[in-house]
Design a protein around this ligand. Structure first.
Ligand SMILES: NC(=O)C1=CN([C@@H]2O[C@H](COP(=O)(O)OP(=O)(O)OC[C@H]3O[C@@H](n4cnc5c(N)ncnc54)[C@H](OP(=O)(O)O)[C@@H]3O)[C@@H](O)[C@H]2O)C=CC1
Ligand SMILES: CC(=O)N[C@@H](CCC(=O)OP(=O)(O)O)C(=O)O
Length: 350
């Protein structure tokens, strides 16, 4: 039920036929301060949304329209749930419309077009966009997000990795060059289109690393942790593909710059996240099902006295805290709403 005493903001989901687009719809359909005014797809224009995503049958049967219809629609918020390399053209075209734009792709997450072109190995068609884009990780950037007109929603692996290590980097407790991030993602991280890598028989009962030493999320994590610590951070990041639908589990390893013990480590994490309602600090290592379907990031920092290293485990749902619910959190901040509006889902377990 929409609250009629609140303004109802009009939102558009561009790329609603995909995984993050459909998760955005699931969150926004019951969000008390917004109305979904338009959902777009180029491939499925004219079809009811619930034909593509039958979980919405009788709930959101609205027809998908071409993205070109956005120009005449005067939305307040535009979510771009599009592949990187595609979003940038829509941002360039639609910034003058005056709507606030939340881009779920990687097109504006990095510090400059040059860094983007280096890691994404393609030209950037709208370098001017970098000037206005704010990195949309609410736990670190809430104040800037509130005033932003263009938010670059973080990548899924970077969300889990940055949140796992931020308390230590913010206090400059990490020894230079010591960080190793071992990350595992469920298959929906690869988007809705099947390919050889995501073919059932290549994934089922299988488990493998990919993009070793070269994944584009490496630089996204490095840049954010460098900004936080005001020191240039270089780290190793290795993603793996898990034979599950959704969920990311990160295990991060690091050496520290001063004497440490478990109590001290816990204190650092509790102080850093004390007012962050979607971060849950855990005493035992969390599993991906502990956060599935929710906006939570569960984190368990452990001091390994034998090796004198920190081991931090963090889990998120890649489609939610790693994408759609993070985008809604950003929207709440941009509209001056309570941060948790529409984000109170309890994780789905078993
Ligand atoms: N999946 C995840 O866990 C995460 C994804 N992201 C990012 O979010 C974005 C969306 O991801 P996801 O939902 O998984 O992707 P999907 O592949 O599931 O969906 C992307 C949608 O974009 C639309 N699209 C593709 N090309 C074009 C085009 N040229 N013009 C207009 N629309 C187009 C497609 O719709 P149609 O063909 O119907 O037009 C498609 O449904 C990506 O940038 C991704 O990297 C970020 C964090 C996590
Ligand atoms: C499992 C899987 O394939 N994951 C994707 C990352 C998903 C994501 O967040 O990608 P963007 O930065 O493009 O938004 C990958 O490794 O490319």
């Amino acid at each position: 039920m929409k609250r009629m005493d609140n303004p109802i903001y009009k939102v558009v989901i561009v790329g609603a036929s995909g995984f993050t687009g459909s998760e955005l719809a699931r969150l926004l359909v019951h969000h008390p301060a917004v109305e979904i005014m338009m959902i777009t797809s180029e491939t499925h224009t004219g079809k009811p949304f619930s034909d593509l995503h039958p979980q919405f049958y009788g709930i959101l049967d609205m027809e998908l329209v071409s993205a070109s219809a956005v120009e005449n629609s005067k939305p307040d918020i535009i979510f771009l749930a599009l592949p990187h390399g595609i979003s940038m053209d829509f941002v360039a075209k639609w910034e003058p419309l005056g709507a606030k734009i939340i881009d779920l792709s990687g097109d504006f997450r990095l510090s400059s077009p040059e860094v983007y072109e280096n890691w994404y190995e393609k030209n950037h068609s709208y370098p001017q966009g970098f000037k206005n884009a704010i990195y949309g990780l609410p736990e670190l950037n809430a104040d800037q997000i509130k005033d932003a007109n263009l938010v670059a929603n973080p990548g899924c692996y970077p969300t889990a990795s940055i949140l796992a290590l931020s308390p230590l980097f913010a206090r400059n407790k990490i020894q230079k060059g010591s960080v190793v991030i071992d990350a595992k993602s469920g298959l929906t991280g690869a988007g809705i289109k099947a390919n050889a890598t995501t073919h059932f028989s290549n994934v089922n009962e299988n488990f493998k690393a990919y993009s070793i030493g070269s994944h584009r999320h490496t630089v996204e994590i490095e840049e954010q942790l460098s900004t936080l610590s005001q020191n240039k951070v270089t780290l190793q990041f290795t993603p793996h593909l898990l034979p599950i639908d959704r969920g990311i589990l990160v295990t991060a390893y690091a050496s520290v710059t001063e004497e440490m013990n478990q109590e001290k480590l816990d204190k650092i994490y509790h102080e850093f996240y004390q007012d962050k309602q979607f971060i849950r600090l855990r005493k035992s290592p969390p599993g991906v099902k502990d956060v599935r379907g929710s906006h939570f990031c569960d984190i368990c920092p452990v001091w390994d006295a034998r090796t004198q290293r920190v081991i931090v485990v963090s889990v998120i749902d890649n489609l939610l805290k790693g994408a759609a619910s993070q985008a809604v959190h950003n929207m709440n901040l941009m509209l001056g709403l309570s941060e948790s509006t529409g984000l109170s889902q309890i994780p789905l377990k078993p």
